[in-house]
Design a protein around this ligand. Structure first.
Ligand code: UDP
Ligand code: MG
Length: 320
């Protein structure tokens, strides 16, 4: 009987310290899931350390190990996309290299799809143990805001760790946008997802690749990619200030015509002009952000550029 195949997609950016642990964990889980054929696809996202060398080392010893190496750093989202394009499994899982996504959850995820009939099994952490409080605070606010202004549901604390059917993965591959916000993309495609909760696990070795600034830009990407509410904000503010201005006008007219009061005060005028100027610039900024994303999308640039790989067109490993 031909075994069903599971592909694990692992984005790696400067992960030399943690890869040996990951590979060990992979071998252990492959042993546990003997009834399936496992393959692991490491996507080297332009690492500057020995990541590629280490991955190649695994590949020469182990025919289950495949890799794709980018010409530069394209980001985790691009790495996941590349992994999907090269995956040959019936089920596809994506997980981080740092073991923050415990591979031990895989049997439970497989059960959810095969026995309970879900299309995908995703994970969310119930605690944010070991994370800086400022980061947790902003993350919570972001999810709150996002779910209020976007029609696509985005789960608080959701990790990118997920197992899915091939059909689900192909739906994701059909979303060829250049600005990729996978938390939104996974919600957008629909299907039935089972959420499995687990306690936050700290990174096994090495350091997080996400600075506060990078996370902020990523959340703006999410908002712009999955909500048009900020665009409507400009109109709402415009209407509000028109009403205020009209009331103000009536008050001044009545005061001048009926009571002969001279119109006083350039300081108040300056404040109003400054405030309105500020609001206009802010709204133009929002417009600009959408426009710049649209501009990038229209260029239709590739999501990633592969420099070398050991996966052939049929998804088999080719070791030179
Ligand atoms: N990663 C990547 N490209 C990047 C940044 C990160 O492929 O530009 C990978 C990284 O190697 C890891 C995963 O994405 O496997 C998650 O990164 P990290 O652990 O730094 O994020 P955190 O868990 O702190 O959110
Ligand atoms: Mg991590």
């Amino acid at each position: 009987m031909v075994k069903e195949q599971i592909s694990l997609i692992v984005p790696c950016y400067n992960e030399e310290e943690v890869l040996p642990y990951f590979y060990q964990a992979f071998c252990e889980i492959a042993e546990k899931l003997k009834e399936y054929a496992l393959e692991v696809i490491f996507v080297n996202d332009g690492s500057k350390d020995r990541t590629l060398e280490i991955v190649k080392g695994f590949a020469t010893e182990d025919s289950r190990v495949k890799y794709i190496s980018f010409s530069r750093n394209f980001g985790k989202e691009a790495a996941i996309y590349a992994g999907f394009e090269h995956a040959s499994g019936d089920y596809i899982a994506m997980l981080d290299a740092d073991l923050q996504d415990p591979p031990e959850l895989l049997p439970e995820m497989i059960h959810a799809i095969k026995e309970e009939g879900y299309d995908s099994a995703a994970t969310r952490r119930v605690t944010r143990k070991g994370e800086p409080p400022v980061r947790s605070f902003f993350a919570r606010r972001f999810y709150g805001l996002m779910n209020r202004i976007s029609t696509t549901e985005i789960m608080d604390g959701a990790r990118d760790y997920r197992l899915m059917t091939r059909q689900f993965m192909e739906a994701i591959l059909d979303m060829k946008e250049y600005n990729r916000f996978s938390k939104g993309i996974f919600g957008w495609v629909g299907f039935q997802t089972k959420w499995i909760e687990f306690e936050n696990v700290e990174r096994r070795a090495g350091e997080t690749k996400w600075s506060f600034w990078k996370l902020l830009l990523y959340s703006i990407e999410g908002i712009i990619g999955f909500s048009t509410a900020p665009l409507a904000l400009a109109s709402v503010l415009g209407i509000f200030f028109c009403c205020v201005a009209f009331i103000f006008l009536v008050v001044i007219l009545v005061k001048t015509l009926c009571f002969g009061d001279p119109v006083a005060g350039w300081p108040s005028m300056t404040c109003i002009i400054l405030m309105l100027g500020g609001i206009q610039l802010f709204c133009m900024g929002i417009l600009g952000m959408y426009l710049s994303k649209t501009y990038l999308e229209t260029k239709k640039r590739p999501i990633y550029i592969c420099k070398e790989t050991n996966v052939d067109a049929k998804g088999n490993q080719t070791n030179e």
